[in-house]
Design a protein around this ligand. Structure first.
Ligand code: NDP
Length: 285
């Protein structure tokens, strides 16, 4: 039987309407939740991602500001901009769009953002809190993936999870979040020997590699839940994931599409974190 598609757009729609209600409640207490996105340079993919973030913010009634600087902005100038938003009570979320130009140290920038406004969930303090299972801003893509799995009623506890990819923004944290949900987690990466021997054992397989159609149908355990994080543009202009969709559909029980899967949920979780930050600021008053 063909896999059930986990529709990230539909799930996002539901989550965003719930968030819109929360934003109304926050506004009724005299606070407008606001997000600032800082972009350095004109990377076309970044510009397109930011458009999606703005749309989500507007949809749920969150204030949105884009601070767009030329490629030549120095690291110190960027750090000063971040500091000014750290100290600006009108803004609850600060997101610096990555990647940054080569002359700027990304680690220094991520660490400059106040952990209280780090709605991307990349600050080491928030990563540490996530690892120790504390309440914090969770990184958006991994948090969206957990939501997607839960949305179809799949039990995570006790499952064999295999994550292909170990980046700091996707692979590592999604494995950690699923471990927090009591899965048994294995990470695979470019040095893994005999990748298929791992993927074939996965009840839940997360592909975050960045290679078009990399995971084939015969590498998937029948009945597995397959989460495709990859976004790859073919020469034809078509967007595809890291999983060979048509093959996987015949083997998996649940499968996320590209586009329309993890991408929309990532943006929805950013909106969620911004609303959460505004709520935190109300509670700390
Ligand atoms: P990175 O390039 O940072 O990481 C890729 C990972 O894949 C690395 O850990 C790498 O291993 C591993 N890898 C590469 N080749 C192989 C191989 N042959 N076998 C096994 N593992 C391999 O990418 P990201 O994690 O940032 O992103 C992954 C994909 O997800 C990209 O397509 C990106 O566009 C997409 N993405 C989508 C998002 C969304 O919202 N939908 C959000 C973020 C990313 P090693 O560490 O050994 O080099």
């Amino acid at each position: 039987m063909a896999a059930t598609i986990i529709d990230g757009k539909e799930l996002s729609k539901t989550k965003r309407s719930e968030l819109a209600v929360e934003v109304e409640q926050i506004k009724s207490r005299g606070l407008l939740p606001k997000l600032v996105v800082i972009l350095v340079g004109d990377n076309p993919a970044s510009v397109s991602y930011i458009r999606g973030k703005q749309k989500a913010a507007e949809e749920i009634g969150v204030g949105f500001k884009l601070e767009h600087f030329p490629e030549s902005l120095s690291e110190n100038e960027l750090l000063d901009v971040i500091e000014s938003y750290n100290n600006n009570n009108e803004y609850h979320g600060i997101l610096v769009q990555l990647p940054l130009p080569g002359h700027i140290n990304e680690t220094a920038v991520v660490e400059k953002i106040s952990p209280l406004k780090d709605v991307d969930g990349f600050h080491p303090i928030n990563i540490g809190r996530m690892m120790t299972g504390q309440d914090t801003f969770l990184p958006c893509t991994p948090a969206g993936i957990v939501e997607m799995i839960k949305s179809v009623g799949v039990e995570i506890a006790g499952k064999n999870v295999v994550v292909v990819g170990r980046s700091n923004i996707v692979g590592k944290p999604v494995g950690q979040l699923l471990l927090n949900e009591h899965a048994t987690v294995t990470y695979c990466h470019s040095k893994t020997k005999d990748l298929t021997s791992y993927t074939k054992e996965a009840d839940i397989l997360v592909a975050a590699v960045g290679r078009a159609n990399f995971i084939k149908g015969n590498q998937i355990k029948p009945g597995a839940v397959v989460i495709d994080v990859g976004v790859n543009r073919l020469d034809t202009g078509k967007l595809v994931g890291d999983v060979a969709f048509d093959e996987a559909k015949e083997v998996a029980s649940f499968l996320t599409p590209v586009p329309g899967g993890v991408g929309p949920m990532t943006i929805t979780m950013l909106a969620h974190n911004t609303v959460q930050s505004a709520k935190n600021s109300l509670e700390s008053k």
